[in-house]
Design a protein around this ligand. Structure first.
Ligand SMILES: [Ca+2]
Ligand SMILES: [Ca+2]
Ligand SMILES: [Ca+2]
Length: 237
């Protein structure tokens, strides 16, 4: 009985929380076409970040996710590549509750001394959520999602959306965030040399899963993705 008890307790333990990781973001080596394809030369020089962990346990999610970043004078670019055997979306309108079905998300906190942070979400059907928020206790997305910016997004789906009986391969999301939209926090300062806090998030809802999976490149105890002190950092080179 004692041995069984120890085994049961060990089985309930979560993986160790990841350390707070630091990444570098390179300037683009050429133009990026926001079409959901990863074939732009600029993406060749951007290191994929693959350290996604489940929110509650810090274990690895079932399906692979990677995100890459690069930037130029006008945009911060992100490229998410997601394996997904069952691509599912509930919403198709701006600022809908995109996080309730398959989605990628990006949280950006550009300035440690400024409480403003930003959230961007894109669903496989290219539905977009964007919000500019001010501290975690200030009302959440219901207050702040009315903020819209000219974010450009595109998705390439390898499979079929909302047809659960077939087996999909996944989807790729390309995002261009206009730096001008973030001027409240970064002014007109060049990005080079700045270090931001960020969290990339993947929501996976699939018929192959017993439980929906939310994972991120962050260490957010209790699954509260708005705890910015658990975000990783990104320095612009
Ligand atoms: Ca592209
Ligand atoms: Ca919005
Ligand atoms: Ca899915």
């Amino acid at each position: 009985m004692l041995v069984m008890g120890i085994v049961l307790v060990c089985g309930m333990l979560a993986a160790a929380p990841p350390p707070l990781l630091h990444f570098e973001c390179a300037r683009t080596a050429g133009a990026i076409v926001v079409d959901g394809e990863s074939d732009d030369k600029a993406w060749d020089n951007a290191e994929p970040i693959t350290d996604f962990r489940l929110w509650e346990t810090f274990e690895r999610p079932t399906e692979r996710t990677s995100v890459r970043f690069c930037y130029d004078d006008d945009y911060l670019y992100a490229l998410f590549e997601c394996d997904d055997p069952d691509i599912f979306t509930l919403y198709d309108s701006r600022d809908a509750y995109i996080w309730e079905s398959d989605a990628v998300e990006l949280f950006l906190k550009p300035d440690a001394d400024n409480p403003i942070y930003y959230e961007f979400e894109v669903a496989p059907n290219n539905a977009v959520f964007d919000a500019r928020m001010v501290n975690t206790g200030s009302g959440g997305f219901r207050r702040w999602a009315k903020w819209n910016c000219d974010v450009r997004t595109a998705v390439q789906v390898r499979g079929s959306i909302n047809e659960w009986k077939d087996r999909d391969e996944g989807y790729t999301v390309e995002i261009a965030i206009p730096l001008a939209a973030l001027s409240e926090t970064i002014g007109d300062r060049p990005l080079r040399g700045q270090t931001w806090k960020f969290a990339a998030v993947r929501v996976d809802v699939s018929v192959t899963l017993d439980k929906e999976e939310r994972s991120s490149t962050a260490n957010v105890p209790g699954g509260d993705i708005h705890q910015k002190n658990g975000y990783f950092s990104l320095t612009f080179k």
